[in-house]
Design a protein around this ligand. Sequence first.
Ligand code: PLP
Length: 409
Amino acid sequence: MREELVRRARDLDAADPLAEYRERFILPENVIYLDGNSLGALPTATPARMQEVIRGEWGEGLIRSWNDADWIGAARRVGGKIAPLIGVQPHEVVACDSTSVNLYKLIAAALDMRAGRKVILSEPGNFPTDLYMIAGLERQGLAERRLAPRDQLIEALDDDVALLLLTHVHYKTGDVFDMAAMTKAAHEAGALVLWDLSHSGGALSVDLNGCEADLAVGCGYKYFNGGPGAPAYAFVAERHQKALHQPLTGWFGHAAPFAFSDDYAPAPGIDRLQCGTAPILGLAALEVGVDLVAEISVDRLARKSRALSEFFLECLGEWGLDLELVSPLDSTRRGSQLSFRHAEAYAICQALIARGVIGDFRDPDILRLGFAPAYLRFEDMAEAARHLVEVLESGEWKKPEFSERAAVT
Ligand SMILES: *Cc1c(COP(=O)(O)O)cnc(C)c1O
């Protein structure tokens, strides 16, 4: 069985047009990395680029590099490169701050654009920070949170809803929202829509403008491989930019930051989303990751991601393993991941990590395996499936050390 699956996997790898890209990442030996959806792998080009930026642009260039190395344009430049990967124009995206901070700015801006409406509608079980960022605005008396299960969201849209806030690919289950349909429903109710693309950007084909989306945010350190804590990105549709006012009115969002005026005046376009000085080192690393995704193309990545997860399920099936899949069985309806429910998911995940198969656990009972398509092979699928089967059948996960919880799970 093992030999047969590995042979088939090797055939698939030999025919894989993306196989050559594995070398463009630095991956530890004897590790099958199924957590690129949480922290993307390190591109081979990143260390050299960082060295260049640190030694050359910072060490030698010093303050001159704001102009000479275009540090001043970095947030827009990197945003502009992300733009076509999410279906929008370069002047509609800026890379800045964290996803959480961008959520705050855009939720507040949406409330400002829908005067008289206070409700932010989302679903229970959305990514925590998306729900938590509403809380601060509630405390300020500006917002009111409303949650409705995903099959009741459309009915929950009424005249009070200012903003529909959804995560395109659910972080736990991998379920994908119908972006066009949800956006249309929100617009019919007079609300704006803010899409969190953290688990879509760089892995799935996203067409924000084709869906007439209003606002979006996304993460730089997952499928864009920008490194831990990489800057995030924010999108505002061109038609909203003039009327958009976000509350973090720092000097980098000013129309003329270096005029040092006493009074705030927002920059004319997407620049008004910036707040303080851009993290140049973080943007430099992110740019390498984004360039690589653009070179491979999101469509090709999405196609391979589906093929990988389908093959993984096929391998489990061949081994006769019956685990509860909580992700949609139809690969076109899920993101680049498979999530399984098991009461002992935490210990199983730890036992897999001890074998070099790195996935993650999501409280309380989800084993989540991510299939970052740029650097995974079909052979990794066959081997990871075998490890999972062995961990479960041997009861290896029952060892006490696999139940101890670390600070980050
Ligand atoms: C990863 C993720 C975030 C991350 O937010 P940070 O501010 O970078 O910590 C936000 N939203 C979703 C849906 C995510 O998956």
